[in-house]
Design a protein around this ligand. Structure first.
Ligand code: THU
Length: 162
């Protein structure tokens, strides 16, 4: 038996002001766009903002529905929009933030499992890793340099071929 260890490195910043300019701008856009989320059921308002390889900025928010499973996360809303508006263009960096009714948004959240699956395939299909910037409306910021780091042992199209 061999033990395989997978390591995850996260850059931790105390607050947005410690980020480099492009990342700080993206985080600020993600924080702002939470206001466009449609989340009357969870009251958890998620915003995402991405910089594409062509310089375009694309944003996404979570969109819920009375039929709960219909809801789509901010990250997948963003990726669907980006792939439609700019087919084949890679995402360089994506910032994710949130807001909620109790006003406590001071620690980072990370993408859900379904979004991680779509994020990794987005990297594969565009041939480029994307930086993921995670933070609440204030406080610490986590950065990983590729979405794949968030989903070890990823299931991919290669696995379908056996
Ligand atoms: N949500 C996102 O939009 N992104 C995430 O990474 C986590 C969860 C949304 C889905 C749902 O509308 C609400 O947050 C509560 O789960």
């Amino acid at each position: 038996m061999e033990l395989k260890k997978i390591q995850l490195s996260i850059e931790v910043y105390r607050f947005a002001e410690e980020l480099q300019t492009g990342d700080a701008e993206l985080l600020s856009a993600a924080r702002e766009i939470t206001a466009a989320a449609y989340a009357p059921y969870s009251q958890f308002f998620v915003g995402a903002a991405a910089r594409l390889a062509n310089g375009a900025i694309v944003k996404g928010t979570n969109q819920e529905n009375a039929s709960y499973p219909v809801a789509i996360c901010a990250e997948r809303t963003l990726m669907s929009a980006a792939a439609t508006l700019y087919p084949g263009v890679a995402i360089e960096a994506m910032a994710i933030s949130y807001d909620n009714k109790n006003g406590k948004s001071n620690k980072p959240i990370s993408p859900c499992g379904v979004c991680r699956q779509m994020l990794t395939e987005f990297e594969d299909r565009t041939g480029r890793e994307m930086k993921i910037i995670m933070s609440g409306q204030k406080g610490e910021v986590y950065i990983v340099n590729t979405a794949r780091e968030l989903l070890p042992l990823t299931f991919t199209s290669v696995d379908l071929k056996g």
